[in-house]
Design a protein. Structure first.
Length: 266
């Protein structure tokens, strides 16, 4: 098995640089915000953080490709860094501290590119999570000061905590009724949103989460962290990994039931 620890250490360096950049503009009164063609916001802080990460990658990993939310794909090859400079931009621009920089390294394999390293850094929350393939998932202040992550062992929906982002996407997908049926079956629901529910699944704090519409940069880092913590990360179609345009994550024990509810059409 390849050893991805050097890449993981480098991903932490990238996250440190991004954190300094994003925090310097968080709650800035003169923060510039634009609307992209897909009607989602992008701030000057998103662009600056991605440019900073790209600069580090071009200097230190010039042979690797880069895919970022703001500036697309650059380069080719079997290794690709996938970056969401600020996941949770709507929170960021309103001063809500639930946002993070997502950094993942993906490698080409039989099933296409798959994440092998992931770092999720949420500096306004003072939290960071990370994982490397075959080495487990962790949270903490640094590589030398961390604790290992494990998903929960909850095996009944009636005991499970389920997190989501919003209702409108499920309605647009035609599966709102199945979604609502699931919320009636579980013990607790909360709309934490964005990266956070996936990290909570990895920590074992909640048991299930799902989103109906996502991009690769929203999922790649989350996927490796959840799976290295012992959980399951798929699309709503059950395909493993972050390639389905949507996501379902769980402790593994409840995954089939999660998908069954979210794929109901009536």
């Amino acid at each position: 098995m390849a050893d991805y620890l050097d890449d993981l250490r480098f991903a932490h360096v990238l996250a440190d640089a991004a954190d300094a950049s994003t925090m310097s503009r968080f709650k800035a009164l003169d923060l510039k915000v634009e609307t992209k063609p897909d009607m989602t916001p992008v701030s000057e802080a998103d662009k600056a953080a991605e440019e900073l990460i790209r600069g580090h990658l071009q200097r230190s990993r010039p042979r690797d490709a880069i895919l970022g939310e703001e500036y697309g794909v650059e380069g080719t090859g079997p290794r690709r860094w996938v970056v969401d400079p600020i996941d949770g931009t709507k929170n960021y621009v309103r001063g809500v501290p639930v946002w993070a920089t997502l950094i993942s390294l993906m490698e080409a394999g039989e099933g296409g590119y798959q994440p092998v390293v992931g770092v999720v850094s949420a500096p306004a929350l003072g939290r960071r999570w990370w994982a490397a393939k075959g080495h487990g998932a962790f949270t903490g202040r640094s590589l030398s000061s961390s604790s290992r992550l494990h998903v929960s062992r909850v095996s009944k929906l009636s005991d499970a905590s389920f997190a989501y982002s919003s209702l409108s996407g499920w309605e647009d997908r035609g599966s709102l009724n199945g979604f609502l049926d699931l919320t009636r079956e579980v013990w607790r629901t909360r709309a934490y949103g964005d990266f956070w529910p996936y990290m909570l699944v990895a920590e074992g704090a909640i048991d299930l989460c799902a989103e109906p519409e996502l991009s690769l940069w929203d999922m790649a880092a989350n996927a490796i962290i959840v799976t290295e913590a012992g959980g399951t990360f798929t699309g709503l179609d059950g395909r493993p990994g972050p390639h389905s345009g949507n996501a379902a994550a769980s402790n593994g024990l409840l995954h089939d039931e999660l998908l069954a509810y979210l794929n109901q059409r009536y």
